[in-house]
Design a protein around this ligand. Structure first.
Ligand code: SF4
Length: 373
């Protein structure tokens, strides 16, 4: 039989490996994890609250980035009740720089629901957990298996890759059908106990050994069971996801001063940085200059009631947010006319010394540091 004939057509673990081989695979993986697991702060506790915070932070974010955020967050909000009682601005301030701020808002909302509906306790029932904002099948399975050893499967980027390779599956794992079959496979591979450790081990192996490019098959404890390795297809599996095209955006940020204060506005629900504060930021076609003040003033006036009359461009910063590559031209507006609409809680002149208390967008924080110098 040619090597490629080993490639599985079905993803049920019991059609790829017989029961004895599955038990062997489980034992090998758990043994490897016992010796190779990284000492990560969220692994020192089985408190579902701590596991939940870590799982939400780790979505779309690298482990090394998450560690200091996780430690600071748990110091500030050590339990569900403290998180629920905190103002949203404080939660966002502790999330600042992690990105994908919807995660923080949903976490906060879920904490309030846990206090209101579950007596401040994290439920053990998977349906109750999945009913919380921001928690899908993966997160519920990860929290309950890790914290309570519930027999629930997980599937995220690392395990999609690892399971696809183990089964030698050449189906696109990003389709609904492909995802369903991988979930079935994750479920049928679970041991009867130690499910939390098994799930963590799958993710760890995917992250450290079965990497997207050049997987380290020589060090892999599951190599004897891996159909992709047997068929020399590990570099072609899984099928790569088509990346959305990058879109370039140009924006202008205005530092509008009044005495020793600067104007901030708060992003509104439905906007990209909802809940965060920022220096007024407007779409612009080119670097702002005196000549095109009118183009900036129309949208600025519409939102704030103010218009600037003297502009001094300073720095340009670049950053990427999801599929957007944003060039942000910061300008100082030394004079303005008009007045802020009364009773607008989303517009404030703030002392430079108070900027640290506000949750700002990443570029907003850069600008605040620049003007504080
Ligand atoms: Fe991944 Fe290679 Fe291990 Fe297969 S043998 S699971 S491709 S690291």
């Amino acid at each position: 039989m040619s090597a490629k004939r080993h490639v599985a057509r079905s993803y049920f673990a019991d059609t790829v490996w017989d029961a004895a081989e599955r038990r062997c695979l489980q034992r090998r993986l758990l043994r490897w994890f016992g010796g190779a697991a990284r000492d990560l702060p969220w692994r020192r506790s089985r408190d579902p609250y701590a596991v939940w915070i870590s799982e939400i932070m780790l979505q779309q974010t690298q482990v090394a980035t998450v560690i200091p955020y996780f430690e600071r967050f748990l110091r500030q909000f050590p339990d569900i009740a403290t998180l629920a009682a905190a103002p949203e601005s404080l939660v966002l301030r502790h999330w600042e720089g992690l990105g994908y701020y919807r995660r923080a808002r949903q976490l906060h909302e879920a904490a309030k629901r846990l206090v209101g509906q579950h007596g401040g306790q994290f439920p053990r029932d998977v349906n109750q957990v999945r009913a919380l904002p921001g928690i899908g099948r993966y997160t519920a399975g990860a929290i309950l298996s890790i914290a309570c050893d519930a027999r629930l499967p997980i599937l995220e980027a690392n395990t999609v890759r690892l399971l696809s390779r183990l089964a030698g599956s050449r189906e696109d794992p990003h389709t609904t059908a492909g995802q369903q079959r991988l979930w079935q496979m994750a479920e049928s591979l679970l041991p009867n106990k130690n499910c939390g450790a098994f799930n963590k081990a799958l993710m760890e192996l995917g992250s450290l050994v079965c990497t997207p490019r050049q997987p380290r098959c020589d060090e892999c404890p599951l190599r004897p069971h891996c159909r992709a390795f047997a068929a020399r297809l590990q570099e072609q599996i899984p099928l790569a996801k088509t990346k959305p095209a990058v879109e370039d955006l140009r924006q202008a940020a205005l530092v509008i001063r009044r005495g020793g204060r600067v104007l901030l506005w708060q992003w509104q629900p439905g906007e990209r940085w909802a809940g965060l504060w920022d220096f007024p930021r407007l779409p612009s076609a080119a670097k702002p200059s005196q000549a095109d003040l009118a183009a900036l003033n129309d949208p600025l006036t519409a939102r704030t009631g103010l218009a600037t009359s003297q502009l001094k461009p300073s720095a340009t910063t670049k950053n990427s947010v999801t599929r957007f590559r944003i060039s942000l031209d910061c300008s100082h507006a030394f004079a303005f006319r008009g007045r802020l609409a009364r009773k607008r809680s989303d517009l404030r002149f703030v002392r430079l010394t108070e900027l640290d208390e506000y949750p700002l967008s990443t570029t907003g924080r850069k600008i605040s540091r620049m003007i504080a110098r």
